[in-house]
Design a protein around this ligand. Structure first.
Ligand SMILES: Cc1cc2nc3c(=O)[nH]c(=O)nc-3n(C[C@H](O)[C@H](O)[C@H](O)COP(=O)(O)OP(=O)(O)OC[C@H]3O[C@@H](n4cnc5c(N)ncnc54)[C@H](O)[C@@H]3O)c2cc1C
Length: 892
């Protein structure tokens, strides 16, 4: 569990769907003084602030924060049988009916062609999940898909164990917490865990429920002709909620690929449907030590044998030592760990090499016997470090003995009467070197003795803290009470190298594999508390074929030296951690870190109590940003929005972040419902950026100058921080900007004289950037005797029973004010001798070339019908053009 200073206002522990909805609603409408903010949370393993909220924390797993919390109380970790199989469509049922699934035979090499669906609540921990899958899903008294197939007499057999396709290096995360940050393993053909999620049941920021599912079972298979889940059955199953809202059904890959990695921003995932495969075993091989200088020559090659082996390496990991040994700091050992698929029986069929030793006790014990995982062997006791120090001590003592012997031999040469002067000179030089070595060795021996007696012995906690103490002591030997201080980093390097080699040591008498899938994949030792020490970790992702990957690791190794030299912080510091590379396939999720067909993750983790860890990881994070590499959402991640947008394209229509934000828009009413918006999501730009004007109107748009007009606006479907302004821009002169205060409403505004533009301007500030949308409307405030000119081509039409040329100006517009009155009309025309004007408020008027204008003393309302027709019948020839100028005055 990662603990941060920011604590939530309240932790809520829903145990079923209704309580999840209730929890979200409580966060949306908190009691007085509460902050309307929430985050779903799983195991709290995330290191970044992805799961941090100061509002309501919706806990889906055990109440790890409550000292007296009942760790066995009900939580969201049940398998579900109410949607699968009951709500499957006939097409989906036919698929599972027709799928070729022979009875599980552990002696047969799995093909992983068969698929099974497993539906679980989101707070289930991964080790619970793989344990359940391993038990099989038939005959548990719950009518599972496996049971249904059996009932229907299908020619297949879904009983027997199932397994996760891939998983990370530990099983303590919850399933939803893990995939929400892109958690992955090192399985070359698979993306992160989220790619195997076929559907989610999510409660959004308005408390509304959504069922979101993919269009296909596997990326390469044909999409369903219909759907996997029957919408009507689903709706019947979940009914209308208390506020009469039905669950929303979406078969939408875009939405699914957004929710699959969303850092909790889209809502609370209540449950998850997973694609699972037949149980299998893995055989692991650890290479003999290699040198980074060699490994880097082939690592990024697409033809590297490690990625092209037969049988294929399902898993590939390269561990790189950040340190050389005692003598050579630039010699970096590497171990290459590979795993191949095996039939389950390869994991052992009975004692003594049976499943009990091979992890058949998932999540409850040591993963495999006693030793595995980075430093897990070392974790078993701090004695182990003494052992490493003792080895160094013995080596140095041997060096001292050799030096003493060399001094004595040289002394003999000097005193021997027959020695020539040249021989004596050589012997003197040897003696000098030997003395230097003896003093050096004595200092180291004293330092190591001091280290053992005064630094290690008082520490009772175990390996992590002991290693941290050694690292800190070696970086700051000023605490060592002698005058001349040796460089003690070699001692730390020696301890580290010992641990690094030991971790990759394979015990031929008790090999850790072949073993059942999860026992190999889950490297976490749940029982070994001696290893528990606060850590910090960053994971950086590159295209595995990009030479920049090697450049970056070279830089990391340089940074280790710089840290030791005091170049990265105030003084010399050590880095107590590891560098581990894993390889995986591209993800379908929009903002997953796995962006390339072969993606490499570089995990660099260190003990927090080693004083060099923080400055080191900080520097590495900055380097990763400079390389425009990708950071793990759930590990150390202090990206800015600019960094995120540099990695995930925000521009539409194809940009990854654009698509992710489009999904967020769909689920949050374009950001209007923002209860899952946190400091982290804002910092990262996992937010709606561009506001959208819903509607904007001005009525009237044409009226008298200084008359009141009404503007009405609606922009409620936007993030609540959005600000609305009315900008009035006269044709001549400076614009004015009026804050509107709310995102919808109406208001009286004075029309300014002349033409101007009224604009509804929306502004949304995020991380110093202003995003806007604007809708413009042209308006005009008439002064007395301002003119309004119309030009029309006349059409023939019957008027008073005769076909004449007609121009009809039929106003009656809500946008024209009735305060505008007509004082004079002026007509310009050709091809027609005279025009008659007909208007309900004035008697017919005639316009000829001689009398082409009339004053209207009755000042009729302009916003009416003005009918002009030729006095004579329409004659053959071109349609005449009529220009009418209304001179207007204002009469309120
Ligand atoms: C010992 C250790 C080993 C690790 N090994 C690996 C590894 O091998 N590979 C790897 O890629 N990463 C690894 N990580 C990183 C880890 O997998 C991620 O941080 C993961 O997200 C943690 O899962 P969690 O259940 O603890 O989630 P939390 O830390 O509790 O939450 C993580 C995110 O998920 C969201 N979330 C949680 N539950 C829900 C829900 N129900 N609905 C919606 N959102 C939700 C949260 O809001 C948060 O944003 C490791 C971390 C540790 C500490």
């Amino acid at each position: 569990m990662h603990i941060v200073p920011e604590q939530p206002l309240q932790r809520l522990y829903p145990t079923n769907l209704d309580q999840v909805v209730e929890s979200v609603n409580r966060a949306i409408n908190p009691p007085l003084g509460g902050q309307p903010q929430a985050r779903a949370i799983g195991s709290h393993w995330g290191i970044s602030h992805t799961g941090v909220t100061t509002g309501y924390m919706i806990e889906t797993a055990t109440p790890v924060h409550e000292a007296d919390g009942d760790q066995t109380a009900k939580r969201l970790n049940e398998p579900r049988y109410d949607v699968i199989p009951d709500c499957l469509t006939p097409e989906a049922l036919r698929f599972f009916y027709a799928q070729n699934v022979p009875a599980f035979n552990p002696a047969v090499m799995p093909t992983h062609q068969e698929i099974y669906l497993f539906h679980v609540e989101a707070g289930m921990r991964i080790h619970e999940l793989y344990a359940l899958l391993d038990e099989g899903d038939a005959g548990k008294g719950k009518r599972s898909l496996a049971d249904l197939m059996k009932e229907q007499g299908a020619g297949n057999d879904y009983s027997g164990p199932w397994a996760l396709e891939t998983m990370g290096g530990a099983g303590g995360q919850t399933i939803a917490g893990a995939f929400s940050t892109g958690t992955h393993g090192g399985d070359v053909p698979f993306g992160p865990l989220g790619d195997a999620v076929l559907a989610v049941h999510l409660v959004d920021a308005d408390g509304e429920q959504h069922w979101i599912e993919r269009t296909r079972l596997r990326p390469m298979t044909l999409p369903w002709e219909t759907t996997m889940i029957d919408e009507n059955k689903l709706k019947a199953r979940f009914g209308a909620t208390h506020d009469h809202r039905e669950i929303q059904y979406h078969q939408d890959d875009n939405l699914m690929n957004a929710v699959a990695v969303a850092c909790g921003r889209m809502g609370v995932i209540y449950s998850v449907v997973l694609r699972v495969v037949r149980q299998f075993a893995l055989k692991e091989t650890i290479s003999s030590p290699q040198q980074w200088s060699d490994v880097k020559t082939w690592l990024t090659s697409p033809t590297a044998p490690i990625f092209n082996a037969i049988p294929a390496n399902r898993f590939v990991k390269v561990d790189v030592s950040p340190y050389g040994g005692f003598w050579d700091p630039s010699r970096h050992d590497c171990y290459i760990v590979t795993r191949v698929l095996r039939e389950l029986d390869a994991a052992g069929k009975g004692l003594p090499l049976g499943r009990a030793e091979r992890g058949w006790n998932p999540g409850k014990g040591a993963p495999l016997g006693k030793a595995y995982g980075f430093f897990s062997r070392a974790c078993s006791s701090d004695n182990w470090i003494r052992e490493a120090l003792d080895v160094s001590l013995v080596q140095i003592q041997e060096i001292r003995v050799k030096a003493i012997k060399a001094w004595l031999v040289a002394a003999a040469v000097i005193w021997f009467p027959l020695s020539t002067p040249a021989m004596k000179l050589d012997a003197l030089a040897t003696q000098q070197a030997a003395v230097a070595t003896i003093v050096w060795a004595a200092l180291y021996i004293a330092a190591i003795a001091h280290l053992i007696k005064h630094v290690i012995s008082p520490i009772k906690i175990g390996f992590g803290d002991t290693l941290a103490a050694i690292a800190n002591f070696c970086a700051h030997p000023e605490h060592f009470p002698i005058v001349w201080l040796p460089d003690l980093f070699p001692v730390f390097r020696a301890v580290y190298a010992y641990a690094f080699d030991a971790e990759h040591d394979v015990d031929p008498g008790n090999p850790r594999s072949p073993a059942i899938s999860y026992a190999v994949m889950d490297e976490h030792d749940y029982l070994n508390v001696s290893c528990v020490a606060p850590g910090d970790s960053i994971e950086i992702f590159f295209d595995a074929t990009d030479p920049k990957l090697v450049d970056f690791i070279d830089l990391v190794l340089i940074r280790v030296r710089q840290l030791e030299n005091g170049e990265l912080s105030g003084g010399p510091e050590a880095f107590g951690g590891y560098i581990s590379l894993r390889f995986m396939a591209q993800s379908e999720a929009h903002i997953a870190m796995q962006k390339w067909p072969r993606t490499c993750s570089i995990e660099i983790a260190g003990l927090s109590r080693v004083e060099g860890t923080e400055p080191f990881l900080k520097r590495i994070e900055a380097d990763a940003v400079d390389f425009r590499a990708v950071l793990h959402w759930g590990q150390r991640n202090n990206w800015s929005m600019k960094d995120v947008e540099g990695v995930y394209v925000p521009a539409g229509p194809w940009g990854a972040l654009f698509k992710w934000r489009a999904a967020l828009s769909e689920l949050t009413d374009h950001g209007r419902y923002d209860v899952f918006s946190t400091d982290f999501s804002k910092q990262m730009g996992l937010e709606i950026t561009d506001p959208i004007v819903g509607s904007f109107s001005v009525a009237p748009t044409e009226g008298c100058a200084n008359e009141q007009t009404t503007i009405a606006w609606e922009a409620i479907r936007n993030p609540p921080e959005t600000q609305a302004f009315l900008v009035i821009k006269p044709e001549k002169g400076n614009p004015t900007r009026l804050p509107l205060g709310t995102l919808s409403g109406n208001r009286s505004v004075t029309l300014v004289a002349g033409r101007s533009t009224f604009s509804l301007l929306l502004e949304r500030e995020l991380n110093g950037n202003i995003y806007h949308d604007q809708r413009d409307i042209a308006v005009r405030g008439f002064a007395n005797n301002d003119e309004w000119t119309f030009t029309f081509t006349a059409e023939p039409r019957l008027v008073d029973g005769i076909s004449r040329w007609v121009v009809e100006i039929n106003l009656f517009s809500q946008f024209i004010s009735n305060t505008l009155r007509v004082t004079e009309i002026h007509c310009t025309f050709a091809g027609v001798a005279s025009w008659i004007l007909r208007n309900p408020d004035v008697a017919d008027l005639q316009f000829t070339t001689a009398q082409n204008h009339h004053m209207l003393s009755s000042l009729p309302v302009f916003n009416k019908r003005w009918l002009f027709f030729s006095q004579s019948p329409a004659s053959p020839g071109p349609n005449p053009i009529l220009q009418v100028v209304f001179k207007l005055v204002c009469q309120h």
